[in-house]
Design a protein around this ligand. Structure first.
Ligand SMILES: Nc1ncnc2c1ncn2[C@@H]1O[C@H](COP(=O)(O)OP(=O)(O)OP(=O)(O)O)[C@@H](O)[C@H]1O
Length: 250
């Protein structure tokens, strides 16, 4: 496996908190993988993705992107990363096209190339007819599709997604998953967090189950299922490793 992300002994404790959101976590992710981060609420998935995107600083530990140390090469790393956050990052009064133009221009694409990618992207996610409509008139599923385009217009080498299909209907979900598959086929490594274990089982080349800031188990979905006696789904594996106790902290 040719490594694209290397995480070593990563810990994160938020200011004012007495708990570690991530605790001494080490992980390698290979080029071209579709890597799933699964775990109960509060496990540390968003914290890990936000750290890998450079949005939050770790308390300790080291990160490398394609052998570049994050701290020494943050700009170079940022240019190769795409992020699709859980929260919509779109401007409600601007049209889909205007939103995408704004986000695409942050990556220094020429106007001509950007317009081409926006038209192509909107077509691919079934929103060509809505290009000029303001985002505030879009359904949740439509907004999620635009959000996904906003994070991928610059064709990143690695794409991070935090729950890309949460709260969307089955049609939008299908379009989102197809687009992600296409991006992966074209060479984008995908790292995503999800609570949809069934989706992850079929979509991911490898997964890690995280609990209380640590990796509990990692491997290919079929290997993980085979490793737990009586398991037939990733859901069985998940319960086996994380138990059924609620994770309520405040
Ligand atoms: N900004 C913050 N300040 C303080 N604590 C935080 C902050 N963000 C997250 N946490 C805490 O860090 C831990 C990990 O949270 P995180 O959001 O990374 O988990 P998660 O696995 O993404 O959860 P979920 O599945 O509910 O989205 C939790 O205990 C959470 O309360």
């Amino acid at each position: 496996m040719e490594e694209i992300i290397r995480i070593r002994n990563l810990s994160k404790r938020y200011t004012g908190s007495d708990r570690y959101a991530l605790k001494d976590l080490s992980l390698s992710i290979g080029k071209g993988e579709i890597f799933g981060l699964l775990g109960p609420n509060g496990a540390g998935k968003t914290t890990l993705i936000s750290t890998l995107c450079g949005m939050i600083k770790p308390t300790s530990g080291e990160l490398w992107f394609d052998n570049l140390n994050y701290r020494q090469h943050s700009r170079k790393v940022q240019r190769q990363i795409g992020v699709v956050p859980q929260e919509y990052a779109l401007y409600p009064t601007l049209s889909a096209e205007e939103n995408l133009y704004y986000f695409g221009s942050l990556y220094g694409l020429s106007s001509r190339e950007l317009n081409r990618r926006i038209a192509d992207g909107l077509h691919r996610v079934g929103l060509a007819d809505f290009a000029k409509k303001p985002i505030k008139t879009f359904s949740g599923g439509m907004q999620r599709r635009v959000n996904l385009l906003a994070g991928t217009l610059h064709q990143p080498n690695v794409l991070f997604l935090d729950e890309p299909t949460v709260g969307v209907d089955v049609h939008s979900k299908e379009v989102i998953m197809t687009l992600l598959h296409e991006l992966n086929t074209q060479g984008t490594t995908i790292i995503y967090s999800s609570h949809h274990l069934n989706e992850a089982q079929h979509f991911c080349t490898r997964i890690a189950i995280i609990d209380e800031g640590k990796i509990v188990v990692e491997g290919k979905p079929e290997e993980l299922i085979a490793s737990v006696a009586g398991a037939t789904t990733l859901e069985n594996v998940f319960i086996h490793h994380t138990g059924s106790q609620l994770r309520d902290y405040a």
